[in-house]
Design a protein around this ligand. Structure first.
Ligand code: MGD
Ligand code: MGD
Ligand code: SF4
Ligand code: MO
Length: 669
């Protein structure tokens, strides 16, 4: 086996599972990629998307050289230039913008293309460079801001259960989460629980593939989850099944919250949520009498105007039942709050405070005050709200747009300069999951193709080209990784870079089983804080308005099984399997509009429209329609995806976006 090498790495994509992978390298080329069989969460399997990752690294449309725009903005016409030319042009433009308008005229727009702590959004990528220039800050609120904020209010942290503890649960609520699509490795632990008699309930407006596999599916009206939580707790109280000792020792605000629960009897909750009263009652009885109960509540239910509150109130459930005492009880939204790497944003490098621009507000904030938009690991024309307005903003002639990318996305089409970026097998990175408690090291396996450079190397070269003298701008990837690991937090004791590089993955120092809040919460008082009266349920935009006016249908745009956000949206095989974009429509809504199964329709509102083929199905209730995210607009009929009809509207907390909270109408094309 001469020349064959096995290199350990990690999947960089925005997925809770952060899989450990093994790359087989032969004669300098990566020839095989598979899930690491030794890693306890990955258990040897990747997923339908990332099984094609190596194919993507060598794809025909990969961007391999720096490019300069030759046609009009939006046309995607470019010529190849050298790195020297690219760095020259960028240096001149950035210096000019800083001199004339100040550093804040630069918007470094970093997305979730990789969750790497070196190359991507979880860490420090580019921040030192931007601080030296005095650029605006960028707030990455697109994914989980509302839910994080809601959980933080209740528990003092968005972090909760170790997902591996689901194996110990007796009742599992999969709440606004499509486990088998958006992070399927949890399923093995759910199956272990089932083997021991656990009952699994999916709470989702769509009968997803996860709902199909669950023991029970509650088709909730979108954006009404907090009301369901109150209704379930109403039954718990009626059964006198609350954990009085836990309430007394570890919570605050109970008297007030109890009154709020009593104002939400099952009948009222059934009316709000659209779930039959009998089903609410039955689940309430299960919740009252099953310990431990585990809630897996993720992003779907917080992409609504009331989404932060939904997580805040759902997180109150284990406070009432005392489930936090028991391994296998509690709520799991994200584990990232258990990760204590030292992310120093180096604000000391700024010479004055700067403004913060908001990722989901590109459509409104990309105004005249922004002279340079620097997009990296993001595809806003495909993934951000109100894509029609974003396109119009990107057309501005005096806007200097730079995009670092792997592929010619719709966003790349608007760039003045495109910089070729490395993929995960071609650079080092440090990772943690948001669905488990392991740290991973991704060792570079091969040399980058063409002239691709990593994010870190691009910023080092640019700093040098611009003559910057701040020494920390030139720290190597290994030095940056050492700094991240040096937080001194006990969860990282003994986890050195050497060890990570040798072993590939290491569990952080948390006990097994891990019961994070059995003895208290990381709030100021050390107690779980119940939502105050009147703040336990905020209806979503659509729940408040659906069924009336010109746009009576609620559009939900969840994760696609075959793409990851817009990543892989250009993969030929995955596109072939995904077929044409679809919109799920209930038979009653289809009949009312004369829609025929399989026929192309316009889905529209005042913000814009996209085209899709109707799939008539009782997987959605009347009044709800669904079309997954992730299609490349330019590879879709009509040149748009669902974000053409998603409004730039803030949720109740953290300015969280409302991707599943938009009203539309549908008509045949
Ligand atoms: N295959 C694949 N995997 C992915 C992704 C992908 O694009 N493709 N995306 C990744 C990313 S970035 C993220 S953030 C996660 C997201 O993954 P999830 O957390 O699973 O989020 P969504 O897919 O947005 O929504 C999950 C489910 O919530 C349901 N839902 C929508 N509104 C409501 C509501 O009001 N109440 C309830 N109860 N349910 C509701 C949707 O119908 C959907 O089935 O997945 C990651 N994994
Ligand atoms: N309608 C609708 N829209 C949604 C959502 C929804 O539920 N519904 N979900 C939202 C969510 S949860 C998220 S997280 C956002 C994601 O939105 P974005 O953060 O914009 O993510 P992607 O669309 O996957 O685009 C990421 C791009 O980064 C590139 N990339 C990957 N790795 C690297 C790298 O190392 N370097 C560089 N330079 N580029 C890289 C990829 O090629 C890809 O084109 O989408 C949101 N959009
Ligand atoms: S996308 Fe998720 S499931 Fe697929 S390989 Fe990456 S981390 Fe694993
Ligand atoms: Mo996300």
């Amino acid at each position: 086996m001469s020349g064959e090498l096995r290199v350990l790495g990690a999947c960089p994509l925005d997925c809770p599972d952060t899989c450990s992978w093994v790359v087989t390298v032969e004669n300098g080329a990566a020839v095989k990629l598979r899930g690491n069989p030794d890693q306890p969460y990955t258990r040897g399997a990747l997923c339908v998307k990332v099984n094609r990752y190596l194919e993507q690294t060598g794809a025909e449309d990969r961007i391999l050289y720096p490019l300069r725009r030759t046609g009009p903005k939006g046309s995607g016409q470019f010529e190849r230039i050298t790195w020297e030319e690219a760095l020259d042009e960028i240096s001149v433009r950035l210096r000019g913008i800083v001199a004339e308008h100040g550093g804040q005229a630069i918007w470094p727009y970093l997305g979730t293309g990789t969750l790497g702590y070196l190359q991507g959004c979880e860490g420090v990528a580019g921040r030192r460079f931007w601080n030296v220039l005095g650029a605006s800050k960028h707030w990455l609120n697109i994914c989980s801001a509302a839910g994080n904020s809601g959980l933080w209010r209740t528990n003092g942290t968005p972090a909760g259960m170790d997902p591996e503890n689901f194996a110990l649960s007796k009742l599992i609520l999969l709440w606004g989460t499509n486990t088998l699509t958006s992070g399927h490795h949890l399923w093995k632990f759910i199956q272990d629980a089932r083997a021991n008699g656990a009952h699994v309930v999916a709470i989702d407006p769509i009968r997803t593939r996860t709902a199909d596999q669950a023991d029970e599916h509650l088709a909730i009206r979108p954006g009404t989850d907090a009301a369901l939580a109150l209704g379930l707790l109403n039954v718990v109280l009626a059964e006198n099944a609350q954990d009085e000792e836990f309430l007394a020792e570890h919570t605050e605000g109970w008297a007030e919250f109890r009154e709020e629960i009593l104002r939400h009897p099952v009948g009222k909750v059934a009316e709000i949520t659209g779930i039959p009263a009998e089903a609410v009652h039955r689940l309430g009885m299960r919740l009252a009498h099953t310990r431990p109960t585990a809630l897996r509540a993720t992003h779907g239910l917080q992409r609504h105007a009331g989404g932060g509150t939904a997580l805040r109130t759902i997180a109150a459930i284990p406070g009432v039942t005392g489930d936090w005492r028991h391994p296998g009880g509690g709520i799991a939204f994200s584990t990232s709050g258990h990760v204590h790497l030292d992310i120093d944003t180096r604000d000391d490098l700024l010479d004055k405070p700067v403004r913060t621009l908001v990722m989901t507000k590109l459509a409104s904030q990309l105004d005249e005050s922004v002279k340079c938009l620097w997009v990296y690991a993001a595809n806003p024309v495909g993934s951000s709200p109100d894509s029609g307005a974003i396109r119009r903003r990107l057309m501005r002639e005096d806007l200097f747009t730079v995009v670092m990318e792997h592929f010619p996305t719709d966003t790349v089409d608007y760039a003045d300069i495109v910089l070729p970026a490395t993929m995960q097998t071609e650079h080092h990175d440090l990772h943690a999951g948001y669905g488990h408690l392991y740290l991973m090291w991704n060792e570079q396996a091969v040399e980058p193709p063409g002239e691709c450079l990593s994010t870190t190397e691009t910023f080092r070269r640019l700093a040098a080209h611009m003559g910057m003298t701040e020494p920390s701008l030139y720290d190597s990837d290994l030095e940056l990784a050492e700094q991240l690991l040096a937080s001194g937090h006990p969860s990282l004791d003994g986890i050195t870079l050497d060890r990570l590089r040798k072993e590939g993955w290491v569990r952080m120092n948390y006990p097994r089983p891990f019961t994070p809040f059995a003895e208290g919460f990381p709030t100021r008082s050390g107690r779980l804080r119940f939502p105050p009266a009147g703040k336990a349920y905020v209806p979503s935009h659509t729940a408040a308005a659906a069924g009336r006016g010109p746009y009576p249908l609620t559009l939900v745009t969840p994760a696609s099984h075959l793409f990851l956000n817009t990543t892989f949206g250009n993969n030929p095989e995955l596109r072939r399997r995904a077929k044409e974009p679809t919109v799920l429509v209930n038979p009653a809504d289809a009949a009312a509009r004369g829609l025929e199964d399989g026929r192309r329709v316009r889905v529209f509102n005042d913000g814009g429209e996209f085209l899709a083929d109707v799939e008539i199905s009782d997987r959605v209730a009347a009044g709800v329609v669904a079309s997954p995210k992730g299609r490349w607009p330019k590879l879709s009929p009509g040149g748009a995806n669902p974000n053409a009809v998603v409004a730039e509207r803030d949720g109740d907390m953290g300015m969280g976006p409302a991707f599943h909270d938009n009203l539309v109408e549908i008509s045949p094309v």
